[in-house]
Ligand binder design. Sequence first.
Ligand SMILES: [Mn+2]
Length: 360
Amino acid sequence: MKPYAIVSDIHAHAWTHFATTGADGLNTRLKITLDELRRAVIELQAAGGNTLYVAGDVFHTRGSMDPEVFNPTHAVFQELADEVSIRMIPGNHDLKGRDTTKLGNAIQTIGAIGGIEVVTGKVGRLFYNENVLMLPWHATKDQLRATIKGITDAWSPTIAASEVDLIIHVGIDGMLDGVPDSGLSAKEVASWGFKRVFAGDYHNYREAEDGKVISIGATSHQQWGDIGTKAGFLLVYPDRVDYRASHAPSFVELTGDTDPNDYFSTVDGNYVRIRGMKLTDAEINTFRAELTDMGARGVTFQVTREVVSARGSSTVAKATTLDQSVDQFVDQMKDVDPDHLALIKAGAAEILATVRSVAA
Ligand SMILES: [Mn+2]
C-alpha cells in the first residue's frame, strides 16, 4: 500500500533569531524550513507515494508578503510539483482576513503552478484517489461545524464519511500543552464520523481518540514556544500513520534542573536556551563555548546575572504592571479570533521574559 504525505504549519519566514543570510541571499532558517519540505517529498516517493497534502500556514506573516520569502517558497513548490501532486488549504496565517478567500490568501498563486491545487471553496474538495476531503480555514468553529454537517448530510448514503480522511486547519483541545481549551474537543471531532481527521494549527504531532484525530504538527520548530513539541510530517497509509520527525534544529532548554549528562544529547544540532541559573559574565562565556563545542546551533542565556544591584524589587513591581497592561491591551484587540487571545498573551509574556533577561 502506498501512502500519501501531509505537512502543515511550514511558517516560511525570514526569521532573525539564529539566522544569517546565506551565500545565495536566502535566510538560513528559511532554507532549513524549505529543505524539510523537500525531504518530505523525497521520503514520500521512497515509500512509493505521489501525493502531498499541505494543511495550511505555508507562510508565517499574515497579510503582508516578503518577496525574499515568497519567491524561494514558490520556487520550491514549483520544483516539488514536478515530482508529486500537491493539494493545499490556506491556514489562518495565510489569510489577510478572518475567513478564506481567493483574493486574500497568500498561497493562491502557488495554486497556479501545474500539479498544485489550492482548495478555497467553502465546502472544500473531495479527492477521490486517496478519499481525502480538504476543507479550508473557517472564521469560526460554528461555521466549520455547519459546513461539515452539510457535507456529510449531502453525501449520505452514497459516500460514507467513515471511508474518508478529513484534512483541516483548526485547533483541537488537548493537542498542544499549555494552550487553554477553546471548545473543539477531539471527542467532538471524532464524532463527525470520518475515518481519520488530520488537523494543522497547533504545532505538535499528537493523536487522540484511538488515532482517529491527529494533530499534524509543524514541519520544523520555529520559536521557544515549540520546546518539547513534535515537529515533522506524516506518511498516511490506509491502515496506519507514520510520523517522521523533523531533521531541522529544535528549540531546546537547559535549566538548573537538567542533568549535565543530558547536555550533549539535548543541545547537539539545536537552538539552546539557558534558564533558571545564576551565572557571572565569565561563566556565561565559558558555558556558551562548551555548548557550541557540543554542537549547539545557537545559544541564548536568559539567566540571572551574578552581579546584581539593589534594582531587583522595584523592577519586579514595575514589570508586573507592564504584564497586566499588555494582557489588558490584548483583551481589547478587536480583529483577533477570541480563541487565540490566550496564545497571544502567552507570546507577549514570552517576549517580555526575553527582553528582561540578560542579553548575553
Ligand atoms: Mn500555524
